[in-house]
Design a protein around this ligand. Structure first.
Ligand code: PAN
Ligand code: ZN
Length: 193
């Protein structure tokens, strides 16, 4: 099936949005239940407000080989205990698919790992591009005090496997230690699934 070119404008103004998008996904704090280390701090935050945690604007395409999907994600700043706000993170359902991430505003890190046990945590501040190769699960972390905004592009048929990360987490977490973003072993990481 022939599909048509899609031009759109991605503004870098404070409330950056795309001039065209097909989907808008909203993740509130409550959707992050079980993801952070500090359960009590999480509950305390949630009691104050089930605030917007991150949002994704996407250009949707048919999930067939050759098509690409793209969009922007805005991840708000904050911490649960000492752990910085982050996205859920996922493997692609089709493991053999990669992705490009391009940071537009803010300060952060990308946490990545493979089923074989390789891991990397890369700086992800405005201007930084990270190529996520096939087989690498990926999560974005906001270590700054403004929203972290980034553009991403991946194969339309990649799909998302959230379950693996939801159950066992990533091997590494990013927490504030004496005012500095610091990479630590995840004490709750478990290989059992
Ligand atoms: C991105 C992410 C988006 C939201 O579009 O899906 O930033 O993060 P989570 O998927 O971790 O909730 C992507 O990697 N797509 O494949
Ligand atoms: Zn992805």
């Amino acid at each position: 099936m022939l599909t048509l070119p899609i031009p759109f404008v991605l503004s870098l103004a404070d409330e950056a949005v795309m001039s065209r998008y097909d989907s808008h996904t909203v993740r509130r704090l409550s959707s992050m239940t079980g993801y952070y280390q500090a359960a009590e701090a999480f509950t305390a935050l949630l009691t104050v407000e089930d605030a917007l945690h991150y949002e994704v604007y996407g250009i949707d395409r048919p999930a067939v080989a050759g098509e690409l999907i793209s969009g922007i994600t805005r991840l708000f700043p904050g911490k649960v205990g000492h752990e910085y706000f982050m996205t859920k993170g996922h493997y692609h359902a089709v493991l053999a698919t990669g992705e490009i991430y391009y940071a537009l505003r803010g300060q952060g890190m990308m946490v990545m790992e493979t089923p074989e046990g390789e891991w990397r945590v890369e700086p992800f501040a405005a201007g930084q591009v990270v190529y996520v190769p096939p087989r690498w699960a990926h999560r974005t972390v906001n270590t700054g005090d403004e929203a972290l905004l980034f553009f991403w592009v991946c194969p339309a048929d990649a799909g998302h496997d959230y379950g693996t990360i939801a159950e066992r987490g990533f091997r590494k977490i990013v927490v504030e230690v004496e005012g500095t973003p610091t990479i630590l072993d995840n004490p709750r990481w478990s290989p059992s699934c």
